[in-house]
Design a protein around this ligand. Structure first.
Ligand SMILES: [Zn+2]
Length: 457
């Protein structure tokens, strides 16, 4: 009986300790050869680089040793029941599984079973350890997907290598992103009912009833049709990503509830908003609806949150005023500033009719101004019931959708509108879904679901 066997009988962790010591020795040998050479004086940076280059092999081997010890039983298994019919199957062959985790590369020689009745191959070890069929394991997949949600795939691959020393190709990152992205469905990206109720509870203080703000907006995203390999890409076009951000205004803080943006039509937007509305305990909240003048958006917000107070976004409104002032009085002129100031003040005090009356009596300088004035009158007329900023202020409602604007910028623009980026609608929506999940704090849940399905393949 060898020494290792004696030790392992006495102490199950003893052999593992020995295996690790062996790996340490191998690593030390590698380091010694590089460092302790006559005349060599490596700097901190050079030493750190040496560690970066050698640690993966070292840790990967330690990782492998740990699994070999911990799961020795499964690795030596001769018979296993078929997961589908329960029939006992004999081991077919030792199957090498090469895998890479965040710790480095490992190889496992594990038994493989095949049920003839079900035509089904399986490895019990893979199930227990949740080993991915891909070479790069779920820990790498989870981090790489999160990385590519922030930066383009090629940059992501470079960045990942720079920061982790793992060479993961942009191709792998892209494919994995699409696989995970398929799980970024509305139901999982939005926090569940209990989670939302918890967030509402957190901002409720005494008799203070928080305001639930629902802000909707559209943003244009560059899209292109899906092309087969070797096929010429079709012509691109801009499509609207419609989305909403829902947050709670507490006494002295903002609590995010949910964001959701998708390249989709109005009906789908309405269905999605309606689903989220059904997850929110609306009775105990005051509700403020914020948007620009777009009709489609109001139709659905009002249907989903019938008791919501409708508020025309102050900044969108002010933009329209500025446009007319610039054309009529010249940008930056005293008259221009005065008119903007007085008009906005009137609107602040809900004197919409007054402003419309004044616009109707304005003498337009040319046909262009005339047209803009006509449009502004229509805009104010359509939204007159939503302009009451002073009242909103007093009630603690927001008047500007800075919330949705920044969410749009953060979720959509920063990743979707990079120069040269054109999105196939499906991939674009997966990207938006994953980014919303990260923002909503549900990314891990989405990834778990993906992982679970991968394991049951
Ligand atoms: Zn079977």
């Amino acid at each position: 009986m060898g020494l290792a066997a004696i030790i392992s009988e006495q102490d199950p962790t003893g052999e593992f300790r020995h295996m690790i010591h062996d790996e340490v020795d191998k690593w030390v040998d590698r380091i010694i050869d590089e460092v302790f050479v006559d005349g060599k004086e490596p700097t901190v940076m050079e030493l750190s680089q040496l560690f970066s280059e050698t640690k993966q092999k070292f840790f990967g081997a330690c990782f492998q040793a740990l699994i070999e010890q911990k799961y020795a039983g499964l690795l030596e298994q001769e018979y296993a029941p078929c997961p589908q019919c329960g029939k006992m199957c004999k081991k077919r062959r030792g199957n090498l599984k090469e895998m890479v985790t965040m710790q480095g590369p490992s190889v496992l020689k594990r038994p493989w079973f095949y049920c003839v009745d079900c035509s089904y191959g399986f490895s019990p070890l893979d199930k227990t350890l949740e080993i991915s069929r891909k070479k790069y394991q779920f820990d790498v997949q989870q981090k790489s997907t999160k990385t590519t949600a922030e930066v383009p795939f090629s940059t992501g691959s470079e960045l990942f290598f720079n920061l982790t020393d793992h060479a993961v190709s942009d191709h792998f990152m892209h494919d994995t992103f699409e696989d995970v992205g398929a799980y970024a469905s509305l139901e999982d990206v939005i926090p569940n009912r209990e989670e939302i109720a918890g967030r509402c509870q957190e901002v409720t203080e005494g008799s203070w009833r928080p305001v639930l703000v629902v802000a909707s907006d559209g943003a244009h995203v560059p899209t292109r049709p899906k092309a087969k390999r070797n096929e010429k890409r079709g012509k691109g076009r801009w499509q609207e990503a419609k989305g909403f951000r829902i947050y709670l205004l507490g006494k002295d803080r903002i609590e995010h509830v949910a964001s959701w943006h998708q390249i989709q039509n109005e009906e789908q937007f309405g269905e999605d908003l309606s689903f989220v509305a059904s997850q929110i305990p609306q009775d105990d909240l005051r509700i403020g609806l914020l948007g620009d003048g777009a009709d489609w958006l109001w139709k659905h917000m009002v249907a989903c949150f019938p008791k919501g107070r409708q508020i025309l976004d102050y900044y969108h409104c002010a933009e329209h005023i500025h446009k007319v002032a610039k054309l009529q009085y010249g940008e930056g002129s005293q008259k221009c500033l005065e008119w903007v100031e007085s008009t906005i003040t009137r609107l602040f005090y809900a004197e919409v009719n007054n402003v419309i009356w004044g616009l109707e009596r304005m003498k337009p300088g040319d046909s262009l101004v005339k047209e803009e004035i006509r449009k502004l009158i229509g805009y104010l007329h359509n939204n007159r019931e939503r302009i009451h900023y002073q009242g909103d202020r007093i009630g603690g409602y927001p008047i500007g959708s800075g919330g949705i604007e920044s969410a749009n910028k953060f979720i959509s623009h920063t990743r979707m509108k990079r120069s040269g980026a054109w999105w196939v609608k499906e991939t674009g929506n997966e990207m938006l879904g994953i980014r919303c999940a990260i923002y909503n704090g549900t990314y891990d849940k989405v990834f778990e679901k993906y992982k679970k399905d991968q394991m049951s393949l």
